[in-house]
Design a protein around this ligand. Structure first.
Ligand SMILES: [Zn+2]
Length: 650
């Protein structure tokens, strides 16, 4: 929960503002394990809280507001003299984490998921101040008498507190109520403190959530052996509450989704929601849950940024002009490619004030660009020349070598966006598939299977050709979208991943060493496989030449999945023939297509696929989401996703 429902605020003025221990109802759940259900009516005093008494300290589960934290501290004192050492924030919202300061004053330390801490640092100082200076008496009382403190111990997937008697496992299953949600699970006592990932009553705030993933998180929680659910708000419950909470999101998504598909407006959808059991659960009508319905509608119609682009692929926004840029005006016309009527309707919905005109060819796009503000799907010199008002071009590829060589475009102020990272997951799969086809001998066994139909290995196949990846070193050249996905996958195979990149300086945790391009030569000699994921620029053309292959180990494989021109083909053929390297997996070649009769076709230690690594069905969905999201951003004057540095060429 984040915002307090207006209902509570309306009542707040009528009720005397007396703070007492009545603000909470304490239940002993098990030996040394307590739960306090915090009052929500008539005054909303914050979130539910728990505490676990370990051998030599107390762990508090959810900080609450300072107001409720002080009540909790009094209640803890009634159960133990041991010091409170840690306070766990289930997420960054004020009613769950503003109370940190109360605990820090007692010598305790805040613990939270790293994304919770990120959001706390980003958003909470201002939110705290707003509460302190609020005109509303209750909002001021929530935070009175304590400073804002963020959590300072972070974890990524899980963290455990244990003294041999009690165990508390903090778990993160991805974005549910917020990006940094975490839960506290007590396996011995079968108790789950859920934070706002699961609430008991009409407390769901969905504005920081992702309802699709939220359902998956609840399903993961259902896998746990749980008897008692201590929700973020509302009374204690059994495990069934997880299903109830899930049903709300599942049915809401189904019904809103059907309304969208039927072409209904949001107002029509609001009235059509029919989930009668919701009222029994929460004593509120489903049709009254306007923010929830609106949020799901916004998610399903692209009015909130698609989580798969922002959260999963970490595509960043800008730099590009926004509505805050001096001289910015709202765009009026954007040229788009040919789409189905349904898709065009969906694009109109996210940019209602922009005229969308359809071009079928680049020449048509150039004509229409005369008075257009943006063009999606086409990029030629003519378009830039005729488009005097043009501010934005979205291309549908990740590589932009054909565009950043258009002088008119590079010189202009037109922002160029590409589909960087949208293709990365499946290309990452493809690179690893090629490598595994060599290391597990599939390159030779599959032809043998079809030609011989006999049990056994191909003639000449050597036991030493069975290689395991565990413990090997893989060099990823270029740690952009594709390189990142390759590195992440390789890491999961127990590989030591090293990488080079000219731009990325923040070493991801699945990369052991991140070097600059100047280091490439020395790193090549360390790698058992080299996966080339670089973009094609003047600097990278033919970067894999005779010198590079000579620097590689003779048992190493070379995999190319981004652009063919990065590889000097003659040098590669020479290296393969002379056993300077063990094999090559090529989804891209130079020339491309590779002509019939080329030496590479006949080599037993080469795998060639015809530039198909970027193909997959979810890829098309991601492309569409990127296209729609950038149109929404362009129309709204928000920074665009996937902005290309036109001078660097990627
Ligand atoms: Zn919340």
């Amino acid at each position: 929960m984040r915002k307090v429902p207006a209902f509570f605020l309306a009542l707040a003025g009528l009720v005397p503002s007396v703070l007492s221990a009545d603000g909470g109802k304490v239940t002993k759940l098990a030996d040394d394990v307590y739960f306090m259900e915090t009052q929500t009516e008539p005054e909303f005093l914050g979130c539910n809280t728990g505490w676990v008494i370990f051998d030599d300290y107390v762990l508090v589960l959810d900080a609450g507001f300072p107001l409720s934290a002080k009540i909790v501290v009094e209640e803890v004192r009634k159960t133990t003299k041991k010091p409170v050492r840690y306070v766990f924030d289930t997420h960054y919202h004020g009613d769950h984490s503003f109370g940190n300061g109360v605990y820090v004053d007692l010598g305790a330390t805040g613990v939270a998921h790293t994304l919770c801490i990120r959001d706390q640092r980003l958003k909470n100082p201002a939110a705290y101040k707003a509460n302190q200076e609020s005109n509303n008496d209750l909002e001021r009382r929530w935070v009175a008498g304590a400073p804002w403190k963020d959590a300072t111990i972070g974890f990524d997937s899980s963290m455990e507190f244990s003294d041999g008697k009690h165990r508390v496992v903090l778990l993160h299953y991805g974005q549910a109520h917020t990006a940094g949600d975490a839960m506290a699970y007590l396996p011995n006592e079968k108790i789950l403190f859920t934070g706002d990932a699961c609430v008991n009553g009409a407390f769901n705030y969905m504005g920081d959530g992702d309802s699709e993933n939220w359902i998956k998180v609840l399903e993961s929680l259902q896998e746990l052996d749980v008897e008692t659910v201590a929700p973020g708000h509302g009374p204690l419950a059994g495990k069934q509450l997880l299903q109830t909470q899930k049903n709300w999101f599942v049915q809401l998504r189904e019904q809103v989704g059907k309304g969208v598909a039927d072409g209904k407006s949001l107002d029509q959808i609001k009235e059509s929601i029919d989930i009668p059991w919701y009222e029994k659960w929460t004593s509120k009508k489903a049709t009254d849950q306007i923010p929830n319905i609106t949020q799901v509608y916004n998610e399903l119609t692209g009015r909130v940024p698609p989580a798969v682009l922002i959260r999963d692929l970490a595509i960043t926004a800008g730099p590009s002009p926004t509505k805050d840029t001096p001289g910015w005006t709202a765009p009026k016309k954007v040229v788009i490619g040919n789409h189905s009527p349904g898709q065009i309707a969906a694009l109109r919905a996210v940019a209602p004030d922009v005229e969308l005109v359809v071009a079928r060819t680049p020449a048509e796009a150039a004509k229409l660009a005369v008075d257009a503000d943006g063009v999606i799907g086409f990029c030629t010199a003519d378009i830039v020349k005729t488009g005097k008002k043009l501010r934005w071009i979205q291309v549908l590829s990740a590589g932009v070598e054909n565009y950043v060589t258009i002088p008119e475009l590079v010189k202009s102020d037109v922002v160029l966006t590409n589909t960087q990272k949208v293709y990365a997951p499946e290309i990452g799969d493809h690179a690893l598939a090629m490598l595994l086809a060599f290391t597990r001998g599939l390159r030779w066994q599959i032809p043998h299977q079809t030609s011989e139909s006999t049990w056994g290995l191909p003639r000449g196949f050597n036991q030493s050709q069975f290689i395991e990846l565990q413990g090997k070193t893989i060099l990823v050249v270029g740690l952009g979208g594709i390189g990142t996905e390759v590195a992440r996958r390789a890491n999961a195979f127990g590989v030591r991943v090293i990488a080079t990149d000219p731009k990325v300086t923040d070493r991801p945790k699945y990369v052991h060493h991140l070097g600059r391009p100047e280091e490439l030569k020395s790193l090549l000699g360390k790698a058992d496989a080299v996966i080339n994921c670089s973009p094609l620029t003047a600097e990278t053309e033919k970067m894999f030449n005779a010198d590079a292959f000579a620097a590689m180990k003779p048992n190493a494989f070379y995999i190319a999945v981004s652009r063919g021109k990065l590889t000097d083909t003659d040098a590669l053929v020479y290296a393969l023939k002379n056993k300077q390297i063990a094999g090559a997996g090529l989804d891209v070649t130079d020339p491309e297509p590779l002509p019939p009769g080329h030496d590479l076709w006949k080599m037993p230690n080469v795998i060639i696929t015809p530039h198909v690594a970027s193909r997959s069905e979810p890829r098309d969905e991601r492309m569409w989401l990127m296209y729609r999201e950038n149109l929404r951003r362009f129309a709204a004057g928000e920074p665009l996703l996937g902005v290309v540095d036109k001078r660097k060429g990627y």
